[in-house]
Design a protein around this ligand. Structure first.
Ligand code: 4NP
Length: 164
């Protein structure tokens, strides 16, 4: 991966929230013509769904918004992700804690700053975690948060990198 910036979204199963964020972020990056500069991936802290395509609820909202998820397959977080990615964005606080533990061996003290929660991108919402639609079924609400947060993340990357 030789992109300037590499973004990893992390959730529990890597079939609902983080693949939704990956697909939405990819679409935004492509719309801005930044696909050579920003790489986007997602992973789960759990291993139950490795190799599976996104959940039908996630596929449903992505289809409704004309966003592709072709070829996306669930994988688990690995320690090497700490070195490979510059922004590791965790969908809830539990994902953050678990991802931190899973990457600890490869995550320097300084590098720990690259891990944060998705909702820190949109603090105005007053919501600490992206709720898990696997249990709650609220895929449309999750999409709303994901879309807003991905716009904020793209703005943050551009500001951090000094891209206008
Ligand atoms: P996700 O949702 O973390 O947003 O992908 C879940 C998917 C699967 C399970 C839990 C949450 N599960 O327990 O299998």
């Amino acid at each position: 991966m030789d992109h300037n910036v590499r973004v990893l979204f992390v959730c529990l199963g890597n079939i609902c929230r983080s693949p939704m964020a990956e697909a939405v972020m990819r679409k935004l990056v492509a719309e801005k013509g930044l696909e050579e500069r920003i790489a986007v991936d997602s992973a789960g802290t759990g291993d139950w769904h490795i190799g599976r395509e996104p959940h039908e609820g996630t596929r449903g909202v992505l289809d409704a918004h004309g966003i592709t998820y072709v070829g996306m397959k669930a994988r688990q977080v690995i320690p090497q992700d700490a070195a490979d990615f510059h922004y590791i964005v965790c969908m809830d606080r539990k994902n953050l804690k678990d991802a931190h533990e899973m990457m600890e061996s490869a995550l320097g003290q300084q590098a720990a700053g690259k891990l944060f929660t998705f909702m820190e991108l949109i603090p105005g919402r007053g919501v600490p975690d992206v709720p898990d639609p696997y249990y709650e079924g609220n895929f449309d609400y999750v999409y709303e948060l994901v879309d807003e947060g991905c716009h904020a993340l793209l703005d943050k990357i551009k500001a951090d990198m000094g891209w206008s």
